[in-house]
Design a protein around this ligand. Structure first.
Ligand SMILES: Cc1ncc(COP(=O)(O)O)c(C=O)c1O
Length: 446
């Protein structure tokens, strides 16, 4: 490992301790699938800034569009007038929405802000207050979204009370439900939909419930795709009780799962969809989309924000949407996903390490591998007391030493793959080689 440089030491001294990071090294440059560090290392980036730089770092077309926009209009404040990139972005997004009725937009900066905007809209549109969230779900760290986030206590520890009116129900993830990974999906789904029914009769009446918010692929909760039957079940419950279904596609959206938005895989139509991250390939931009009749239930002036829908970020997002089509990104996701799953499923069958891998799951290039280290949960019957400890975090650290960034996720022992969507076959092989070597080494070390 490279020495901690003077600049990094400055960061250690002057940056808030509440901000954690994978490494205390300094990034100097990002180019495509690689990050170049101040200490001279060139790192393969299988984190893409946590699912943001989907088309790689400093994509030439996107960076140029942003640079050009900087020289014509940086800040066209959205409560003063329309600006061109904002409108062009809507024009680009409408054709790729999961359903044609999703045609009315509001842009903001961060994912959490957009999630809050979706809740605000759901309350205003329904005249109801309560929100149902998924156990294991992650929606952000602002005061509103901390209340919705149920993936780890660390995000809201020490700062209660949070926003009231939030109820959580189980998500069909075997480990979360305390059932073996071999449990049939239909059984998991039935269990979770039954718990939802109970919640609506025991805790929050349908007449008090504005929305159910769900990530079509649980992100911080362990990279678990929501089964189609579950999303269909949520849709039915929402239709029956006039509750709005909100899809949080902040992490799973924009091609990450091989479709523009992960919910498309189920054919389920959300009432409100939240997007961010990959939308502008690194420029801060988020948004919500809904049907016009829902959006129009908010009075003018109730929504807005100084930087909301910034012109440079919108110009980058327009270029990003164009690059997606020009470069046939979704086809690349499919091909690279096939290779990635091939390697991971192969590892699961490997006689030396396979027995430590409980699950390989995901969609497209949003893929999780769950290990069987003792989880620290006293009643967890799936922990393997004989397994080496904290495999996921040790493997992530070993990958770092070998020149690749790879993140863990959830309170379980999971690593997550979020490589660039336009990653080459060669770089995918390089990344999976580093991962396989690291798994073998760490298991051997015990
Ligand atoms: C599903 C989901 N929703 C919301 C957020 C919050 O986004 P931001 O960090 O931009 O506020 C995230 C961030 O990781 C996320 O994954």
């Amino acid at each position: 490992m490279a020495a901690v440089t003077q600049l990094a030491r400055y960061g250690e001294r002057h940056i808030a301790r509440g901000l954690n990071r994978l490494t205390n090294a300094v990034i100097k440059e990002g180019r495509g699938s690689y990050l170049h560090m101040e200490d001279g290392r060139k790192m393969l980036d299988f984190t893409t800034g946590i699912g943001v730089a989907g088309l790689g770092h400093c994509h030439p077309k996107i960076s140029k569009a942003a640079a050009d926009q900087c020289l014509s209009l940086v800040h066209g404040q959205c409560s003063i007038a329309y600006h061109e990139p904002y409108l062009k972005l809507i024009e680009r997004l409408i054709p790729v929405m999961p359903h044609p009725s999703l045609d009315t937009f509001f842009f903001w900066n961060s994912g959490a802000e957009a999630v809050e905007a979706s809740i605000k809209l759901a309350r205003a549109a329904t005249g109801k207050q309560n929100v149902i969230v998924m156990q294991g779900g992650y929606h952000g760290r602002t005061f509103g979204t901390m209340a919705l986030t149920k993936s780890k206590t660390v995000y809201s520890q020490d700062v209660f009370p949070l926003m009231p009116g939030v109820f959580s129900v189980p998500f069909p993830y075997w480990h979360q439900c305390g059932l073996p990974s071999s449990t049939p999906t239909s059984e998991l789904v039935q269990h979770c939909l039954f718990q939802l029914d109970l919640t609506l009769s025991q805790q929050t009446a349908p007449s008090d419930t504005a929305a159910i918010i769900v990530e079509p692929v649980l992100g911080e909760g362990g990279y678990v795709p929501a089964p189609t039957e579950f999303l269909q079940g949520l849709r039915k419950v929402c239709d029956k009780h006039e509750i709005l279904l909100i899809a949080d596609e902040v992490q799973s959206g924009f091609g990450r799962t091989g479709k523009y938005f992960a919910i498309e895989r189920s054919g389920v139509k959300p009432d409100i969809m939240v997007m961010a991250k990959g939308l502008a390939n690194g420029f801060p931009l988020s948004g919500i989309v809904s049907r016009k009749e829902i959006m129009d239930r908010q009075s003018p002036g109730t929504m807005g924000g100084t930087y909301a829908g910034n012109a440079v970020a919108c110009a980058a997002a327009v270029a990003c949407a164009e690059a997606f089509q020009e470069e046939k990104v979704l086809q690349n996701v499919e091909a690279r996903s096939h290779e990635l799953f091939g390697v991971l499923k192969g590892l699961q069958k490997d006689s030396q390490v396979g027995h430590h891998i409980l699950d390989v799951r995901g969609a497209g290039l949003m893929v999780g591998v769950e290990f069987g280290s003792p989880s620290g949960h006293a009643h967890d019957k799936f922990r393997r007391p004989d397994a080496p400890k904290t495999l996921a975090s040790r493997i992530s650290k070993r990958c770092l030493e070998k020149g690749m960034f790879l993140l863990t996720t959830s309170v379980f022992d999971v690593v997550r793959f979020i490589p660039p969507l336009n990653i080459t076959k060669e770089d995918m092989k390089k990344g999976t080689d580093i991962f396989s070597e690291s798994v073998h080494e760490i298991v051997r070390e015990g």
